[in-house]
Design a protein around this ligand. Structure first.
Ligand SMILES: [Zn+2]
Length: 237
């Protein structure tokens, strides 16, 4: 028969271990962690939207530079051709040809001007959109940071409690007989963390099943006493 004191100490140890387990579980499932994940995702999504639009802005800038470059070349050519036209001394056929050329260049220049203006409009709209997204992104990043520090605070509070409980545990564990402690440690992971339970009025504190008088007698004869149903260590109180 196990030393009763040892079994009672084991129950104390179980209480401390259950409390540690509860805190560790709480640490990993704080509701604020979900808020943080949501904020983090929003911040990341905004960052990628900004980068996608910045890429488009760069493309528009390039297209605008190209349109302006081509327009300048056409304008220079137009000036040259107009001067030739005004200088005269050309055959009727050459004049006709040059006049067509000049008209074509005028139309093309005007079309490119429209194109460049269209690109400037697109660019301005995109710029406004990017600035709005950047403001949202800053707000999201701030929220993320605030939540992060709230989580850190919550975690240190829990960690402090856990380390106090571990100290308490270190004080109790040596009071339990080594073999009993070893058995407790071995079965605890397979019993949802609860390996030592009280037997109250014949009811197992672990599986909550009743032990008949005969089962109770049989269980209490063993060393250590164990529930005939769930095999947890029984410590009567
Ligand atoms: Zn049981």
């Amino acid at each position: 028969m196990e030393d009763i004191r040892s079994l009672e100490d084991l129950l104390d140890l179980q209480a401390v271990d259950s409390e540690i387990d509860r805190l560790v579980e709480q640490r990993g499932s704080l509701p604020i962690l979900e808020d943080y994940r949501t904020a983090h995702q929003a911040s990341q999504r905004l960052t990628s939207e900004i980068s996608e639009r910045s890429g488009r802005l760069k493309e528009i800038d390039l297209a605008e530079d190209k349109a302006e470059g081509e327009m300048r070349l056409d304008e220079e050519k137009l000036e040259r051709e107009e001067r030739r036209l005004y200088a005269g001394g050309l055959s009727a056929r050459e004049t006709e040809h040059l006049r067509n050329e000049v008209n074509m260049l005028r139309e093309r220049t005007s079309a490119r001007e429209d194109e460049a203006l269209g690109l400037i409009d697109q660019r301005d709209a995109l710029q406004v959109e990017i600035e709005e997204l950047q403001a949202h992104q800053r707000a999201a990043a701030e929220l993320e940071e605030r939540l992060e520090s709230d989580i850190q605070r919550e975690w240190s509070r829990i960690d402090e409690q856990v380390s106090r409980l571990r100290e308490k545990r270190n004080g109790i564990a040596p009071l339990v007989e080594p073999d009993l402690l070893e058995l407790y440690e071995a079965i605890r992971p397979t019993k949802e963390g609860v390996a030592a339970v009280p037997l109250v009025d014949g009811v197992c504190g672990g599986c909550h099943l009743t032990l008949s008088a005969a089962e109770r007698l049989q269980a209490l004869k063993a060393s250590p006493p164990r529930c005939v149903h769930c095999r947890r260590i029984l410590a009567s109180r």
